[in-house]
Ligand binder design. Structure first.
Ligand SMILES: Cc1ncc(COP(=O)(O)O)c(C=O)c1O
Length: 361
């Protein structure tokens, strides 16, 4: 077979997700492993979401609601925005891809911080656009560098707040200053996948007041604080004119019916959300204190994960930790050869990680 593949597509390095727990347990002959690698909610799903899924399981022969009616109404109410400003996706990954397909053509580019979430780069290339990287300043997104990289061919910029994998954030003031440097025809996509964990009151939060600028697209997800990563639900809030374009490109039934039911119920389960955030933030504080006491450097984070510099080859430490049944993320592919990314787990899981790391180091 001789296929003609666009250079653009061949340039994509496939996203490497963390291996599933079952596979690692089989590979290493271990049981009850601890996964602190994908920034998931260690408490599991919201009980209200789980109950709603049970109740609706008999409807799986029907197509999902293609306009996400119930979930969209709940989000509109929660944020005090119009229904026509909301797009729901099969994870926020889906919305990133839809944005790229809708707004990028050959010759167009999208500016993004680097290192940041790798799906921006992949989606931009897949849509035929060119990713333009703006290097971080230390561990933080350099908003001046992002603004400085914008050219007449730039259709969108991505900002991640807090940033994955560094956990850094930018302030309201920094963002307002940045926005002034962005041309009128460039979308500013603010990915707030970890917004629920942010502790700094000065941090920029795109949904604190209804969107103040038609260029801003705010992305959020049910995968992290809400504990629904396996169901794949994310949403974007944006100017209705932008949403209108996305409707032309998206798949008609892009969010499955049980996922919609689960997400709507999870929004009502305020108690679970609050408990989840509390447990994970306590976990971050515990882990950072323990790692600092071990003489390691931890990077400040506004999310449920952070980077720890283990001061040696982190991929080796990652492999050794696997043998102890602990799964974290080595950050070599992001350019941080001596860093692991760890998310907060349950108290017992955090302790298992610390004890395994002490043995490995
Ligand atoms: C910054 C950021 N954006 C988006 C996503 C994707 O989230 P979802 O599960 O909603 O596709 C992630 C997941 O890791 C992320 O870290």
């Amino acid at each position: 077979m001789k296929l003609t593949i666009p250079e653009q597509i061949l340039s994509i390095a496939p996203y490497e997700p963390g291996k599933p727990i079952e596979e690692i347990e089989r590979e290493y002959g271990i049981e009850k492993s601890v996964k602190l690698a994908s920034n998931e909610n260690p408490l599991g799903p919201s009980p209200m979401a789980a109950a709603a899924v049970q109740e609706n399981i008999g409807n799986m022969h029907r197509y999902p609601d293609g306009s996400w009616h119930r979930l969209r109404n709940k989000l509109a109410e929660k944020y005090g925005v119009g229904r026509d400003t909301i797009i729901i996706g099969n994870g926020s990954d889906d919305i990133i891809a839809i944005l790229c397909h809708a707004f990028l053509g050959p010759g167009d580019n999208a500016v993004m911080p680097f290192p940041s979430f790798l799906m921006y780069d992949i989606s931009v290339r897949a849509a035929g656009g060119t990713p333009v990287r703006a290097p971080l300043n230390g561990m933080a997104i350099d908003l001046d560098a992002v603004a400085g990289a914008i050219t007449p061919m730039t259709r969108m910029v991505f900002l991640t707040n807090p940033n994955n994998p560094t956990g850094s954030h930018f302030s309201k003031n920094d963002f307002q200053r940045f926005l002034k440097a962005v041309p009128e025809d460039v979308l500013v996509i603010v990915d707030e996948a970890y917004a629920e964990f942010v502790r700094d009151p000065e941090a920029y939060n795109a949904l604190e007041v209804p969107l103040a600028d038609p260029r801003i697209v705010c992305l959020r997800t049910f995968s992290k604080a809400y504990g629904l990563a396996g169901f794949r639900v994310g949403y974007g809030i944006m100017d209705p004119a932008v949403a209108d374009i996305l409707h032309r490109v998206r798949q008609p039934f892009n969010v499955n019916s049980l996922a919609q039911v689960a997400a709507a119920a999870a929004l009502d389960d305020v108690e679970f959300l609050e408990k989840s955030v509390k447990v994970m933030l306590q976990g971050v504080d515990f882990l950072q204190a323990e790692l600092t006491a071990m003489g390691l450097t931890v990077h400040p984070s506004q999310a449920n994960f952070f980077l720890v510099d283990v001061k040696t080859d982190a991929s080796r430490v990652f492999q050794e930790l696997l043998k102890h049944g602990v799964i974290v993320r080595a950050m070599g592919s992001y350019g941080f050869e001596t860093c692991l990314r760890v998310n907060a787990g349950l108290d017992s899981e955090n302790k298992t990680f610390i004890s395994a790391l002490k043995q490995v180091l």
